[in-house]
Design a protein around this ligand. Structure first.
Ligand code: T1G
Length: 686
């Protein structure tokens, strides 16, 4: 880490260089305090520009220091020393000024930024609140309403919006350094502006805070930080600066040590490790400039929309003209839906569709860089598709299957250049869900695998490398969860009690309402294939529901009954009668919400431990990402594996032993016992 100071006549340029994102390490904080003292003492200096080397302005406190006791100089003191400088400091922002980075910029007398810069306070996404004056200076600079939006959402704003809010003083077109120096020369002649800390907070109309609290609570759900951030902004608007800073700091330190902050920090680092499998270090991905999707059904259309959203022109291939038209209509419906929801404008939707061409001619793919297959889950149909692709596509074209359950090795058997083939398992809706399971075959080349990861990053997805097994990582765990949920029904629980317990745990919906939404027939099809392989999937009630053609919302009834045209689930007497028949002779018990959650979540951890032991997942944290980004596991719990470690693996083993003794779950896996003895899952990872 270096902080260099060079003088451009009367302007001192302080350049911070602390790769990769100029995070505010202890050494950098000290260097900034020293720079203020040195430049205050230098009579030749009339103003200061604070700029950063590399890809971004200061991106915040160094998150890797969070697990340790904070070291002086503490960031509030650093910001105060800049704010108290005798000469005006001008923050020159490119890339992102985030968290502590924006707080440092708020300590400066002025802020300027390039048009592509973004500024924000993302602390709530880490389960904390700004801890160096962000909730106290911001309402003084841009007013309480704009401050509440920025602080409680954690979302950044662009330079143009920042200028309109008054968060920055100028947008610098062209060279930032030169523009900032010119700006500094101008302000050097003026007297110092009133420090933000000395300004009053503009008044708000009555009812503002109650309205804000309701809105933030509705969005934050079980996450604590957004409401605490709102409280700190409100407090800053109603008390003096020093008291407000003390309140903010105390709240920040409290949250910093909280379980939710630990979980969100775990996810932050997991999301940055997953796209970088160690075995691919230094492998250069192939460039993808053109793409095609085979199959215009729900998945194919979603994948096509995701590729278009990332700016790739695509060809949609279907078996005949009518199917092509249906596929194009499915893609158009996705973009029109986004227009209706206000996510994109009509012209963006039209532009997206202009980049889609439909064809039934595989020959049109002769020069396509990437082809993703998303046809019906039948090995014969998929192999026929890849037989054709193998003939028409370039030998270096990347060929991918979106299969959920079939073996990618079997799908690609016999194609030319099998090293270019891999599994890219998207989750529905593919243009929304972040998770992408990347499944290499036995012959996938490292460059093709790394191309899959690069494509995921380009699509804004979270890629997780998955080994080849039935259901890969996510759906393999889902099968266990569904079987487990049925076991509870046969021992006295009801579908609505199980769903309510899982919502209380933090899932967006419970296992039964989720099946009714997605359709029971898909899993029934998988169970049929599993039975043909000699497996014995446990789903006595689901089998009978499907036999009665109760496939969920789409058939007017599944685990629940539905009024025609309505989606509100109603407990079903038909289902209750089937459960009672299937439960006959089995011990019944009373279930409370915590026990239901244990009986669903802990078997998830048990199966995930097997997945880790078999190296189907590279890391426990990858499994957390699969559950969070593919299945709605609450991010503020860190994922099932983090949740289990935070709870204590010995306790997890003890609860599973107890439930297994009642015949309600599988006993703890040997690997889980070993991880419990070792104090964590890292004992199992390769
Ligand atoms: N601390 C430490 N390391 C960080 C970091 C941070 N704040 N941000 C990123 N990294 C690492 C990351 O782990 C990865 O490392 C590399 O930088 C590239 O990251 C007092 C207390 C800045 C928009 O929440 O949003 O300030 O894996 O892959 O896609 O109030 O990183 O390469 O070894 O994400 O170009 C608030 C979090 C902190 C910003 C760049 N700040 N970072 O995105 O790169 S709390 C944040 C980001 C705070 C104050 C409070 C993004 C980015 P490696 P990357 P990117």
């Amino acid at each position: 880490m270096t902080v260099t100071i060079v003088s451009e006549n009367a302007i001192a340029v302080v350049t911070v260089d602390n790769p990769p994102v100029n995070a505010l390490s202890q050494a950098l904080r000290q260097a900034l305090v020293d720079a203020v003292a040195d430049l205050d003492a230098d009579t030749a200096v009339e103003a200061v520009v604070l700029i950063c080397a590399g890809r971004t302005f200061i991106a915040g406190a160094d998150v890797s220091e969070f697990g340790k006791p904070p070291q002086p100089p503490h960031l509030p003191d650093v910001v105060a020393s800049i704010e108290g400088a005798k000469k005006p400091w001008v923050a020159a922002i490119h890339g992102s000024a985030l968290g502590g980075g924006l707080e440092v910029a708020l300590g400066c007398a002025y802020r300027v930024a390039v048009p592509t810069a973004s500024l924000g306070l993302p602390e709530v996404k880490l389960g904390i609140i700004p801890g160096a004056g962000g909730t106290v200076r911001l309402p003084r600079l841009i007013g309480p309403a704009a401050a509440v939006d920025l602080v409680t959402s954690g979302s950044p704003v662009g330079a143009k919006k920042a200028k309109a809010l008054g968060l920055i003083d100028a947008v610098i077109d062209g060279d930032l350094r030169a523009g900032a120096i010119a700006f500094a020369n101008k302000v050097a002649e003026r007297s110092l502006p009133q420090p933000i800390s000395g300004r009053a907070v503009p008044a708000v109309e009555s009812g503002f805070w109650d309205t804000a609290e309701k809105a933030v609570a509705a969005k934050a759900k079980r996450e604590v930080a957004p409401l605490m951030a709102l409280a700190s902004v409100r407090n800053a608007s109603e008390t003096d600066f020093a008291s407000a800073m003390a309140f903010e700091r105390e709240t920040f330190l409290d949250l910093r040590g909280s379980a939710q902050a630990a979980a969100l920090r775990h996810v932050f680092f997991a999301e940055r490790a997953a796209p970088r499998p160690p075995e691919l270090a230094g492998v250069t991905p192939r460039e993808i400039h053109s793409a095609a999707v085979i199959g215009g059904g729900t998945m194919g259309a979603g994948i096509a929309a995701a590729l278009r959203d990332a700016g790739l022109a695509i060809v949609l291939i279907e078996r005949d003209r009518a199917a092509v038209e249906r596929g194009l209509a499915n893609i158009r419906a996705i973009f029109e839906g986004s227009v209706k929801r206000g996510r994109i404008t009509q012209e963006v939707s039209d532009e997206r569709m202009a980049g889609v061409t439909g064809s039934e001619d595989y020959g049109s793919l002769a020069n396509t860089d990437l082809v993703i297959e998303a046809v019906f889950e039948d090995i014969g149909i998929k192999r026929a598709v890849f037989g054709k692709l193998s003939e028409v596509c370039r030998p270096d074209a990347v060929l991918a299957t979106n299969t959920s359950y079939l073996d990618p090795n079997a799908i690609s058997e016999g194609i030319a250049h099998p090293e270019r083939f891999l599994g890219l398992h998207f989750f529905s809706p593919a243009h929304v869900m972040k998770l992408l399971e990347i499944v290499p075959t036995e012959t996938t080349a490292p460059q093709v695998l790394t191309t899959g990861f690069a494509l995921a990053r380009h699509l804004g997805k979270i890629p997780v490398r998955a080994g080849n097994c039935d259901g890969f990582i996510g759906n393999r765990i889902l099968k266990v969860t569904r079987a487990q949920a049925e076991r509870l029904l046969l021992s006295g629980a009801t579908p609505s009690a199980v769903d309510a317990a899982m919502r209380a745990f933090g899932l967006p919906m419970g296992p039964f309402e989720a099946q009714d939404l997605g359709g029971l027939d898909i899993a029934a099809f998988q169970r049929k294939a599993a039975r043909e392989r000699g497996e014995t999937p446990f789903a006595p009630v689901a089998d009978r529901l499907c036999a009665n053609e109760r496939f969920g919302q789409k058939s007017g009834g599944g685990w629940y009954d539905y009024q025609p045209g309505h989606r509100a689930p109603k407990s079903s007497e038909t289902v209750a009668a089937i459960i009672a028949e299937e439960a006959a002779g089995r011990p019944q018990r009373v279930w409370d919400e915590a026990e239901i959650a244990d009986a669903i979540i802990l078997p998830m951890v048990n199966e995930a431990t097997r997945i880790l032991e078999e190296r189907v997942a590279l890391r426990a944290a990858d499994i957390d990402l699969v559950k969070i980004h593919g299945y709605g596991f609450p991010r503020w719990r860190g994922g099932p594996m983090h949740y289990a470690e935070a709870r204590g693996l010995s306790e997890v083993v003890a609860v599973l032993d107890r439930l297994a003794a009642e015949g309600l779950t599988e006993p703890p896996h040997e690997g889980l016992r070993r991880a419990a003895k070792a104090g964590g899952f890292s004992a199992l990872a390769g």
